[in-house]
Design a protein around this ligand. Structure first.
Ligand code: CP3
Length: 369
């Protein structure tokens, strides 16, 4: 058994329960912009050694929490652990991002791929439980996975891509092969996330970083359908606690209604979607997470505070908002700046959570008729 949560704002906001102020965390909050992260990575040898050693993974997970008043920790790992466990041979080349020794291009390649289960990713489950113990109830721990579509892009392309030429060729030429790959990934992701939940993850996020490169109909068939399969297979309550699920499709702003209909607790928004509009469209079904432009962190304190207020005001009064960047923090950000953002969210957020007002619609000016 783990100790009870001292700060549960993040979980409460995802479940749209009242909070004292808006909770905040940052995607990729543990990473290269922090000098202490770079030092840990140098000691470990490389990025994958950080992920594969529980003590290192725990150390870097906690680093941003030492600096900033964050309301959640996120497991330090990568979305590409599943394809790595399938035998594709993940490696990183400096400046070039992730690469695989083996790519998946043909029906035979897909047929030969195993569906993984949590025991193939023991080191991740070990990291979750080590981190959860070390957090000692301070803030909740987020587990995560890539979406099947996003994982497949890396597996088929062999690494990062600008045009997604190989996977889109497969999608149009041999859709049945791609469907078989996505189904294997969805089944692997279900087991992976449920493993993280059993090991101690208190919320999970599905990163669909590349869903937004698809047309609407293709997004539905090749990305959203498999995220729905995952949502239907996830443990949603563990040891008496609800486990909220966040779905994040970068550039998915056009499809919020479709995404909300798959049954997550929250949708992650990037900065190209207007927060107020998103709330008007799907705020009755899901909580919203986001969505300040990460480049705001290149500006000074006054600009950061102004932009934070804009996002908070966009969401408006009441619970159901988790503040975040619209995507991961950049590696060149000055580590002093996130402090301005996080403190501004807590300070400026308070006025949106005055619980004596229960007529939120009136407060938000939505009843103008
Ligand atoms: O949020 C966190 O603090 C948790 C850590 C986290 C990492 N990767 C650590 C990491 C998370 C949630 C991820 C997810 C991830 N990984 C995604 C989806 C999220 C997103 O940003 O859209 C994707 C697409 C990947 C694949 C991947 N891994 C990429 C594209 C890269 C960057 C490569 C580069 O050189 O720019 C990685 C490596 C990676 N993952 C780093 C970190 C801190 C940097 C590795 C290093 O230390 O050099």
């Amino acid at each position: 058994m783990y100790p009870t949560l001292k700060n549960d704002r993040f979980i409460r906001a995802l479940l749209k329960q009242p909070v004292d102020t808006t909770p905040v965390w940052m995607m990729r909050q543990a990473g290269r912009y922090l000098p202490e992260y770079r030092a840990s990575r140098a000691t470990a040898g490389d990025f994958l050694s950080l992920c594969k050693n529980n003590d290192f993974a725990c150390e870097v997970t906690l680093q941003p929490l030492e600096r900033y008043d964050l309301d959640a920790a996120i497991l330090f790992s990568d979305i590409l652990t599943i394809p790595d466990a399938m035998g594709l041979g993940l490696y990183f080349e400096t400046g070039e991002g992730p690469k695989f020794k083996h790519t998946i291009r043909t029906k035979d390649d897909v047929e030969a791929l195993p569906v993984t289960n949590e025991s193939d990713l023991d080191y991740v489950m070990g990291a979750v439980s080590t981190i959860r113990h070390a957090l000692n109830g301070r803030v909740p721990l987020i587990g995560f996975s890539g979406s099947p579509w996003t994982l497949a892009t890396y597996m088929v392309e062999g690494g990062s891509s600008k045009d997604f030429r190989h996977i889109k060729a497969m999608m149009f030429q041999s859709p049945e092969v791609l469907h078989q790959l996505l189904d294997k990934l969805a089944r692997s992701v279900i087991d992976y996330l449920n493993g993280q939940i059993k090991a101690g993850a208190q919320a999970v996020q599905i990163f669909d970083t590349w869903g937004g490169v698809l047309s609407g109909p293709m997004y539905q068939q090749f990305s959203l359908l498999y995220m729905k399969q995952i949502l239907d297979g996830l443990i949603r309550e563990h040891e008496g606690q609800k486990i909220p699920v966040i779905l994040f499709t970068k550039n998915g702003g056009q499809w919020l209604e479709n995404m909300a209909a798959t049954g997550p607790d929250a949708l992650g928004l990037d900065w190209t979607t207007d927060m107020a509009e998103a709330r008007a469209r799907v705020g009755d079904k899901v909580a919203l997470q986001g969505n300040i432009d990460p480049c705001v962190l290149y500006a000074g304190q006054d600009v950061i505070e102004r932009e934070v207020e804009n996002v908070l005001a966009g969401f408006g009064h009441g619970s159901g908002h988790v503040f975040n960047l619209g995507h991961g923090i950049h590696q060149f950000v000055d580590p002093e700046r996130p402090k301005y953002l996080i403190d501004a969210v807590h300070k400026l957020g308070e006025k949106y959570h005055m619980t004596q007002y229960d007529d939120l619609d009136a407060l938000n000016g939505l009843d103008n008729e």
